[in-house]
Design a protein around this ligand. Structure first.
Ligand code: ZN
Length: 368
């Protein structure tokens, strides 16, 4: 059955809160125009109608403690060189700039830091990144930092320590969006205590549907929504479905041994460790079961049920994940997702919110 959604797709703002394409662009053969594999390039953007994107500068925690800033700047540089300079996209730092970029038919590109370790425990470096146009930062990646706990490890601080509280306070003052994806529940609760601004989980799912620490429990979904925050649903099957997560966890045990063998004696070379980890991630972090976009829609429905339809949207994690739902394989599939949402009973107005308006309105609160 083909749904008539012209009223929805016409002038639809498709705006996604998280992709790792900057890392993919470090590959010399990829120029952002077109490639066989991968999720985000100009050809696929043209087909799917993506209008705006938050690009993460993801730095593997193995670059911590002293080599993260350089890596983040290299990612920034590659976006400038391959996306902004040739004119495919425009770097934006406010919704006003975003709207004017879109009026010229350019991809509006927001920048974020993925991993609080990137600022190397320095408020000044945080301010520097803000000054070059970075408008959000995840407090952690999958490892605890010196000031915040991640959902990926056992707690070191039970949330934020004194430096962590100082950092989130400074983010609040700067108007830099606090992103709690990857953070532990206690870290998120501390953000709620210490700050009073809206914040986001740019690429996180609902724990009620897939019970893993990386996903958000209902009470935190409610708190984030209550603060006019934003939750972007992640398309990674491992975070959508607990069976797949369990299958993958078994594979990771094999990965650990192989990882040790590869890096043995070369632990001091973060480029090598990073490359080895990505290769192993691609090889092992896959489950046997397949999911389709209905798994993504289930999480959207649940988060909307708990937090309301104004808090939920896209947080694909494209180019940072090695498997996708079978019918949501890259950014060219967004029109199919619109159809899927309509089939699930969402009204045109709600679909517009989920596909991009909620994220736009969330970020508008930070314009000054
Ligand atoms: Zn991530």
């Amino acid at each position: 059955m083909k749904i008539q959604n012209e009223s929805v797709t016409e002038d639809l703002l498709i705006f996604d809160a998280h992709c790792d394409t900057a890392n993919a662009l470090l590959e010399p053969s990829f120029n952002f125009i077109k490639r066989k594999q991968g999720h985000v390039d100009m050809e696929k953007i043209g087909k799917g109608g993506l209008k705006a994107q938050i690009f993460a500068l993801w730095v593997n925690p193995v670059y911590s403690p002293y080599r993260s800033i350089k890596k983040a700047l290299l990612l920034y540089h590659i976006l400038e060189k391959k996306v902004f300079f040739p004119g495919y996209g425009i770097k934006v730092t406010s919704t006003t700039e975003m709207s004017s970029a879109m009026r010229t038919n350019k991809l509006a590109c927001w920048l974020s830091l993925e991993g609080g370790h990137i600022i190397e425990n320095s408020i000044e470096i945080l301010e520097f990144f803000y000054s070059i146009g970075i408008r959000s930062m995840t407090l952690t990646h999958s490892k605890n930092t010196d000031w915040a706990d991640s959902s990926g490890e056992s707690p070191r601080w039970d949330g934020l320590n004194a430096l962590g509280r100082k950092i989130v306070t400074q983010m609040e003052k700067l108007g830099m969006v606090i992103d709690v994806s990857h953070a532990s529940d206690n870290t998120i609760e501390d953000v709620l205590d210490v700050t009073s601004v809206p914040f986001m989980a740019s690429h996180s799912n609902a724990r009620a549907l897939c019970d893993i620490p990386r996903n958000l429990p209902d009470d935190l979904i409610k708190e984030i929504a209550g603060r006019k925050g934003y939750i972007g649903v992640n398309f990674f099957p491992v975070f959508l479905n607990k069976n797949i997560f369990d299958q993958v966890s078994k594979n990771v045990e094999k990965y650990k041994n192989e990882h040790q063998e590869i890096i043995q004696g070369r632990e001091e070379n973060p480029d090598l460790v990073n490359k080895a980890e990505w290769a192993l991630f691609r090889k092992y972090v896959r489950g046997a079961d397949r999911v389709d976009m209905n798994a993504v829609i289930d999480h959207i429905v649940h988060i909307a049920d708990i937090g309301g339809t104004d808090c939920v949207g896209l947080g694909s994690d494209f180019d940072g994940i090695n498997s996708t739902p079978s019918d949501l394989t890259d950014v060219s599939c967004y029109p199919a997702l619109v159809e899927g949402l309509a089939l699930r009973g969402f009204k045109a107005k709600e679909i517009r919110k989920i596909m991009g308006l909620n994220l736009f309105h969330f970020l508008k609160q930070f314009d000054h």
